[in-house]
Ligand binder design. Structure first.
Ligand SMILES: [Mn+2]
Length: 682
């Protein structure tokens, strides 16, 4: 079962109106600013008004880096831009390559392969560049850790300039190193991505900051959104400028990829950036650089079409990995009760395991690690939920791993396949000790809204907050207590459209990736909706569209549902329970009978778990008892069932003779797990 706890900050009406008046903005915008911590007119104005670009030479070593590159341009030395295969690395590469070409430099670029070379500089690549007659290597989005490779390049007679935004570890390479994370860098630009640092380098080379932003802001914006760095400070300026440039359609390849309609940060995140990333994952990353540096608008359409096709192939392959991972988990359902889901398979594409881990984590509301076994090695990637430190957890199992790295929300790891089972056991053992209660998946909302407020005018009131992204998320609104009057399919039946009524207002909203038959609540339910609001200009008509991020039944206490469900998970893992916990799980004969009578007589469509729990609340049956009770009924041969997500598939079986349901051995198993008072401290 996967439920999210909603966190909706209370709105102080008086203070919101005061802020709206002081800044001369709409109350809705004022409420959002307050919800995001901009609660004084000063803070609000500072956030809403664009600041200024700082002097690129504030960055340590920018003078050394730019003068070395300038000399290379003047002397027609062969310059190689050394990039990376993700959106940040590819946009950085495209930006610096285009700029140097425009300056008439002798320039080429090099992107390492994800599967065979991995991230960063390697000596094989340095050899290749040396044979090609390269005089100067300029790294973008990598290089700060390449101390040995830099020394090797210099031993072959090449110079190196490093530009990067990754945390330095140990001694810096012996070269000019531009990196806002250097301990002796005082620029304060630690939030820049690789493309942001490359943009600063071009500003240093060119002199006119504004002109450079105007010319390359679109590429820098793609790197900034693609790398999920916080949209604060100059990152806001970069993305704002970038969106304007894209709207004008300056770069042929990008214009072709963007297609019709306005450029928004959502469109970048969900439409453009996955296309830029796909070649680096499953194909040749150079296709992205070719598209981004292409000059001819006629053939740019073809390159964009190729990238779209490759992205579709990536999506299909990713869905395949997710399906395969789910099949593994559902074949051994006991794995689903683990605190950290660990799942692996043979020959899953390495470029896709991270995306698959994100999807599995989202589906089950738990941290998830997906690994692929290939060529005698298991390589994988983990994605966490807020509050659980994935990197720490992986580090605790470091002795089982060949390589690993990451941060609290994500980690990468490599190990020998024979250690996989032990790794799964150990990371869950660690999680059990460090997080007896795992953090609940939380959905953060901005404020509540009436159904009648889903208007174009309100969409536009939000635009001063743009660009949305990391650190400044797209606003999410709660619409409470809406009557669900219809559930329709669209997009060939793979998505839902919900038709709702609240008071006089009726409205529709769209829920992606859930088929109408998998929607957990029946028509006529009263629900709370968490929605994003977006202006839509389809076929010349402007309307407001609401996209459902989450939906729940109005009324019941979700936190209690989740808590009781987690007691049931503890029982399934065979962990010790307190007497009170065991009591929360243990239904009496009447409650079991109430549960039994609500189940259909024959196999049919699924039942929503929360819906069922709500109907059973009157008989004192909670979510934990419901789950435990289903196991009892099955054990007694009375029913069959399975659980998927928030849906229960269950039906009664023909009854043979009399059965005493309270005699199920499961009650004995439950009692055996109850800790005696004296043992509780151990
Ligand atoms: Mn990066």
């Amino acid at each position: 079962m996967n439920l999210k706890i909603w966190d909706i900050p209370a709105v102080d009406r008086a203070k919101t109106l005061e802020l709206a008046r002081a800044c001369d903005i709409k109350p809705l915008l004022a409420a959002l600013l307050r919800a995001r911590g901009m609660d004084t007119p000063e803070k609000a104005r500072e956030f809403l008004s664009p600041g200024e670009l700082s002097d690129p030479f504030n960055m340590k070593d920018m003078d050394r880096a730019s003068s070395r590159i300038r000399r290379a341009v003047e002397d027609f030395e062969h310059i190689a831009v050394y990039g990376d295969y993700d959106a940040d690395g590819l946009t950085s590469t495209s930006m610096l390559y285009t700029y140097l070409q425009d300056k008439g430099a002798n320039v080429s670029y090099y992107i390492p392969r994800r599967d065979s070379e991995g991230y960063g500089m390697n000596t094989g690549a340095v050899d290749t560049l040396s044979k090609e007659g390269v005089d100067l290597i300029v790294t973008v989005d990598n290089g700060v850790a390449a101390r040995e490779e830099t020394a090797y390049a210099r031993s072959l007679g090449m110079d190196v300039v490093v530009t990067d935004h990754h945390q330095p570890q140990g001694t810096l390479p012996d070269a000019p190193v531009v990196n806002p994370h250097r301990t002796d860098d005082e620029s304060g630009l630690t939030y820049l991505c690789g493309a942001g640092v490359a943009l600063k380098l071009i500003m240093a080379l060119e002199g006119d900051k504004e002109a450079v932003l105007e010319r390359y802001g679109d590429l820098a914006a793609l790197g900034t959104v693609g790398d999920s760095v916080d949209l604060i400070g100059e990152n806001r300026l970069i993305v704002q400028a970038g969106l304007k440039i894209m709207e004008r359609g300056g770069r042929p390849g990008l214009a072709a990829l963007l297609g019709e309609g306005p450029a928004t940060s959502t469109k970048l995140s969900f439409g453009i950036i996955p296309c830029l990333n796909s070649p680096g994952r499953i194909g040749t990353p150079e296709s992205t650089v070719r598209l981004l540096t292409h000059q001819d608008s006629e053939s740019a359409g073809l390159l964009a079409e190729d990238l779209r096709e490759e992205n579709q192939a990536r999506k299909d392959m990713e869905a395949g990995v997710v399906e395969a991972a789910r099949a593994v988990l559902e074949k051994r359902p006991e794995l689903l009760y683990d605190r950290v889901l660990v799942v692996w398979g043979e020959d899953w594409h390495h470029g896709l395991v991270g995306l698959a881990a994100g999807r599995i984590s989202e589906l089950y509301g738990k941290p998830a690690i997906v690994l692929s076994v290939m060529d005698g090695e298991a390589r994988g990637s983990g994605r966490s939920i807020e509050g659980f430190d994935m990197f720490r957890a992986v580090t605790e199992c470091g002795d089982l791993l060949i390589r690993y790295g990451g941060h609290p929300m994500a980690a990468g790891l490599t190990l020998s396949p024979e250690n996989l089972e032990e790794f799964r056991r150990r990371i869950n053992e660690y999680a059990g000790e460090a997080y007896p209660e795992m953090p609940m998946p939380v959905m953060r909302l901005d404020c509540t809204l009436q159904g009648s407020a889903l208007t174009v005018e309100n969409c536009r009131a939000l635009s001063p907050l743009e660009p949305f992204g990391e650190g400044n998320p797209t606003p999410v609104f709660a619409i409470m207590g809406a009557l669900l009057t219809d559930i329709r399919g669209f997009g060939g039946g793979s998505h839902c459209e919900l038709v709702c009524r609240r008071g006089e207002a009726s409205f529709r909203c769209r829920l992606f990736r859930v088929r109408p038959e998998d929607f957990p609540y029946p028509k006529g339910s009263v629900v709370d909706l968490a929605v994003n609001l977006e202006e839509d200009n389809y076929g010349g008509r402007t309307s407001a569209k609401a996209f459902v991020q989450d939906v729940r039944l109005s009324g019941p206490d979700r936190l209690q549902y989740l808590r009781d469900y987690r007691i049931y998970e503890k029982f399934k893992r065979g962990e010790g329970l307190s007497a009170r916990e065991a009591q929360r799980l243990s239904p009496d004969r009447d409650r079991l009978a109430a549960l039994y009578t609500l189940l259909p007589k024959v196999k049919g469509p699924g039942l929503g778990l929360e819906d069922l729990a709500m109907r059973l609340e009157g008989s004192g049956l909670n979510m934990g008892m419901l789950m435990f009770g289903m196991d009892v009924l099955r054990e007694r041969g009375l029913t069959e069932h399975s659980v998927q997500g928030r849906m229960l598939q269950a039906h009664r079986l023909p009854v043979k003779g009399k059965t005493d349901i309270t005699k199920s051995p499961l009650f004995g198993e439950l009692a055996a797990l109850v800790k005696k008072d004296g043992q509780e401290k151990e």
